[in-house]
Ligand binder design. Structure first.
Ligand code: SAH
Length: 478
């Protein structure tokens, strides 16, 4: 290690910033956030530095710093943008025995200014030793993305229980487990979800059990929507809970690239159902969730799309609630939204559709039980889930009730995945085209004039092969 990271206490101390640039302003701002008194030196400061002059604890001097200016200061930053001037500051600082950082010249200065992810009081500082700042920028973005915004406040919140826990749980190992459960378990989750009362109740409850010698092994369930397939469409929270699971129950539709993001050690259970071959009946999934959680496991119920849109999420959760198992639900991008966007089709559009209706068309004995009157109205988009098998029935139904045969329709198969295919047509020919294209699903059917916008808005390069296919199947029969 070339540089040792430390966190400086600057409260009430003096800091010198030499420079009038935006970098200088940033350095000064950080120091102010840490409670320092900042002296800025520059003959002609830029606007960002001038703006700081109105702040408390800032003295702006319109000249270069001199030897006496460094007396009594704790650290100095050379951020003038002029290498010679920065080196001159370094000389002054050395003489005054003040730690000095020189922008862009890490090796010459006494310390490096790290890139910071601030979730105060939790602060992450990143440095690449000055070697390749781009690494630090990329790492910074990743950490920003994975650390919940309220993480710092969570640290403060649990910190408030320190004395209570120390008194109630004398055993150090048990205390560590308790802390882990608190931060990375239901209490922390309740807090991050904004439910302070439940977070507190959870801690008090757990503390009581632990203090009376019992072991709190309560598990929990995360019902998580994984989106339609592209792992990039996962939410931060989905990813965080996926990384925490002891066991995952997933459906057939879920792709391997999403599953590979679940914690490697987690046990994997496929509860997927093909239409006929029921790998597992609905009742027993709920029972399994309850049993695993009672065993103390963190159970991830991972579902395609959004768990509350044609995902039976509500049914699975009802049993958990009844059994008193803590759970949380994470929404996901639903197939209609993901697939249509990736196929270049907006679901609503001022000139085409003022509303969008999601339906399922799971035909039973050749009959579709749908509210046709509502569905054939103008000015809307209808997105159909589970409708590929009854596409013929569906288009016939629309035509019978007076919808024009020219109504545009798109069928998006494997939407948002590398294998995405889109077939477009009209109500009168879509069934035939889809049959010719041999789509197998999963597929979303989008009905309405928004489909015509696809020619303008198809940005998704994934679908280029599909576009060729569309042209192919669109060719009139010889
Ligand atoms: N809860 C899910 C829907 C489950 S129902 C959601 O919110 O998306 C299963 C149906 O969703 C499939 O029959 C298909 O119509 C649709 N579907 C799911 N993923 C899809 C994908 N990647 N491409 C096209 N359709 C998809």
């Amino acid at each position: 290690m070339d540089f040792l990271p430390i966190f400086l206490n600057l409260r009430g101390r003096v800091v010198v910033v030499d420079g009038g640039t935006s970098t200088a302003a940033r350095r000064a701002e950080r120091a102010l956030e840490a409670g320092a008194h900042v002296r800025i030196y520059d003959p002609e400061p830029e606007a960002s530095v001038l703006a700081l002059n109105t702040r408390d604890n800032v003295d702006l001097h319109r000249r270069l710093p001199e030897a006496d200016d460094l007396a009594g200061c704790t650290v100095a930053w050379g951020s003038s943008g002029d290498a010679d001037r920065d080196l001159a500051l370094l000389g002054l600082a050395k003489a005054a025995k003040v730690l000095c950082n020189v922008a862009d010249e890490a090796e010459q200065g006494d310390f490096i200014t790290p890139s910071i992810v601030d979730r105060s009081p939790v602060v992450v500082a990143i440095s690449t030793g000055g070697a390749a700042p781009i690494f630090s920028r990329i790492l910074h973005a990743r950490i920003e993305a994975t650390l919940p915004v309220a993480y710092g406040r969570l640290a403060e919140f649990v910190g408030g229980f320190r004395q209570k826990i120390l008194d109630a749980v004398p055993d150090a190992r048990m205390r560590r487990h308790f802390w882990e459960r608190m931060i990375d378990g239901p209490a922390g989750d309740f807090f991050l979800a904004g439910n302070l009362a439940r977070a507190e109740a959870q801690i008090t409850d757990d503390l009581l059990t632990t203090a009376t010698g019992g072991e709190n092994t309560a598990g929990e369930v995360y019902l998580v929507g994984a989106g339609p397939g592209d792992p990039e469409l996962l939410t931060f929270r989905a990813l965080r809970l996926m990384q925490r699971a002891d066991v995952v129950l997933y459906d057939r539709l879920l792709g391997d690239d999403i599953l590979s993001l679940v914690r490697r050690e987690a046990e994997r259970i496929n509860v997927g159902k093909k239409a006929k071959d029921h790998t597992m009946a609905q009742e027993s999934i709920s029972q399994l969730l309850v049993r695993l959680a009672r065993d103390g496991k963190r159970v991830l119920r991972l579902k395609g799309g959004d768990p509350y849109i044609f995902g039976r999420g509500g049914e699975e959760i009802a049993e958990l609630a009844e059994a008193g198992i803590p759970f949380q639900v994470v929404p996901g991008i639903t197939a209609a939204s993901g697939c249509s966007t990736y196929a270049g089709i907006p679901l609503t559009h001022r000139d085409h559709a003022q509303s969008c209706t999601f339906i399922t068309a799971h035909g039973k004995d050749g009959v579709l039980d749908l509210d046709w009157d509502i569905l054939i109205r103008d000015g809307q988009t209808v997105a159909v889930y589970m409708g590929l098998g009854s596409l013929g029935l569906l288009s016939a139904g629309f035509l019978e009730r007076g919808m024009t045969g020219e109504t545009p329709v798109a069928v998006v198969e494997n939407g948002t995945r590398p294998s995405q295919k889109t077939v477009t047509g009209t109500l009168s020919n879509i069934a035939q085209r889809v049959e010719k294209a041999e789509l197998k699903g999963p597929a979303i059917i989008v009905i309405g004039s928004v489909v015509t916008l696809r020619d303008q808005l198809n940005w998704q390069s994934l679908d280029r092969t599909a576009y060729a296919l569309t042209l192919d199947v669109a060719r009139p029969p010889e």
